[in-house]
Design a protein around this ligand. Structure first.
Ligand SMILES: Cc1cc2nc3c(=O)[nH]c(=O)nc-3n(C[C@H](O)[C@H](O)[C@H](O)COP(=O)(O)OP(=O)(O)OC[C@H]3O[C@@H](n4cnc5c(N)ncnc54)[C@H](O)[C@@H]3O)c2cc1C
Length: 418
């Protein structure tokens, strides 16, 4: 494998976030020799570490919606709102925004919802399959997730409820007293809410990721901690990878670098319009007893999840690329919003910035490269990459093994951007 020595049925997987780890595990199960490469320790600081921990099979409706376009200006102007821009990045992001706007018609919204629903519906059973092989006691809770809102933007709430109804998503509408009965510590600022009873949450996403990674190693997988710099192709189309330290050649390669994948897909001569929605978290240590399940305050676009680290206040969307530093204003937005719901909260800790990998049509990229048949992709799962780890891994491993499937996988292929 080292120094360009090829292996039989070898697969190199670049990126040890939840996508890379899950596809690696499924490939090992199918008998491939798998080498996972990451520039860092798995889950050290990636999106798969710092997310809200929701397993959200209900969340088929994404952000490409007609009503979002109307709401954007007021969201940007509000200091407590969910949306922010790093102005120095706006010119670079204009092509992404234009494509996004085109995807905000009702028809495109429903297309995305249909194909997100197709995989979200299989997301929990796919995790259950993997969880049979690791000890997750104390790490996954099945108490549902609550979204609540004030009496503003009620048309948008109606739209969400109706689309989910159309898709057959299980949801229970909640009156204020029902929210209070379920989560009595939240300040009663809400007008109404919804409980998604099938949702689960992780009490420590990183610990789950590490357990899956250790299972991969136990099954014979290899891990290399190096930064992948370039991908080339041999005359017989085998991917050749150069890292900061070595060169490797595999029969097949998977790019699963989350929001950082574009640096590599550009080298395969594909112009995939991947960008990032930056998100933040902070912890309030010792306050996780205030909630028994995650909640999302929709008007302010953030949530709180009870975790081992404390109460994690998490969310917001900031458009600003991969290189801008963490924004203290966004952190304070989260802290103030958390204290608005829970005035008793004390000092926060662990300020974290993470990168959601997002395509303008809000569908992930899963499948072969359009130019190189031995190169595969699994990235772009935006707000739902944690939920979709196990099922995406299963689907992609099936594609690499050339297995038949009843699923319609064409909507996820990168060729849609050509
Ligand atoms: C604030 C926030 C909250 C979220 N909440 C939720 C939630 O509740 N539920 C949900 O389903 N999803 C949630 N998400 C989304 C989810 O976290 C991501 O979609 C998912 O973690 C992406 O996983 P990934 O494996 O594709 O990428 P990542 O987790 O980002 O992993 C990519 C890996 O690639 C490695 N890498 C990158 N470039 C290279 C290179 N050149 N060489 C080697 N290695 C490289 C990185 O080091 C990293 O380990 C949230 C995201 C954020 C930011």
């Amino acid at each position: 494998m080292k120094n360009d020595v090829p292996l039989k049925s070898s697969v190199g997987v670049i990126g040890a976030g939840i996508q890379g780890v899950c596809v690696s595990l499924h490939l090992i199960r199918k008998g491939f020799q798998v080498t996972l490469i990451d520039k860092d320790d798995p889950g050290k600081n990636s999106a798969s570490y710092g997310n809200a921990g929701h397993f959200s099979p209900y969340a088929s409706l994404s952000l490409n919606r007609p009503d979002i376009l109307i709401d954007v200006p007021s969201m940007l102007l509000s200091t407590t709102g969910p949306l922010a821009l790093k102005w120095n990045y706006v010119p670079k992001m204009i092509p992404w925004f234009l494509r996004f706007i085109k995807n905000c018609t009702r028809k495109k919204m429903m297309y995305t919802a249909k194909y997100m629903h197709q995989i979200l519906d299989l997301a929990l059973p796919a995790y259950d399959e993997l969880f049979q092989e690791i000890d997750i006691s104390g790490l996954v809770e099945s108490r549902g997730i609550i979204y609540f809102w004030t009496n503003r933007d009620l048309k948008s709430r109606e739209l969400e409820i109706n689309v989910r109804k159309e898709l057959g998503v299980e949801q229970q509408l909640l009156k204020p007293h029902e929210i209070h009965d379920l989560e009595p510590h939240i300040k009663q600022i809400y007008h109404s809410g919804v409980l998604y009873p099938s949702a689960r949450h992780a009490r420590n996403p990183r610990k789950i990721l590490i357990k899956l990674f250790e299972l991969f190693l136990k099954k014979g997988g290899k891990f290399i901690k190096e930064n992948v710099e370039t991908i080339n192709f041999s005359s017989d189309n085998k991917p050749k990878i150069k890292t900061n330290l070595n060169s490797y050649e595999f029969n097949k390669t998977v790019i699963a670098c989350g929001a950082f994948s574009k640096k590599l897909t550009d080298q395969a001569n594909e112009n995939i319009p991947l960008d990032t929605e930056r998100g933040y978290h902070v912890h309030f240590k010792g306050y996780d007893h205030l909630l028994s399940r995650p909640v999302i305050f929709l008007n302010r676009g953030f949530g709180m999840t009870p975790m081992e680290q404390g109460l994690r206040a998490v969310g917001t969307v900031e458009f600003g690329g991969l290189d801008n530093p963490l924004s203290k204003k966004r952190i304070m937005n989260l802290v103030n919003n958390a204290k608005y719901l829970f005035p008793e909260l004390g000092k926060h800790e662990d300020e974290w910035l993470g990168f959601r990998p997002t395509l303008p049509d809000f569908l992930p990229v899963m499948g072969p490269s359009k130019n190189y048949k031995n190169l595969f992709y699994s990235f772009g799962h935006h707000h739902l990459g944690w939920t979709l780890g196990a099922i995406s891994g299963k689907i992609l491993a099936g594609m690499i093994a050339e297995e038949k499937t009843n699923l319609d996988l064409s909507p996820y292929k990168s060729i849609r951007f050509s």
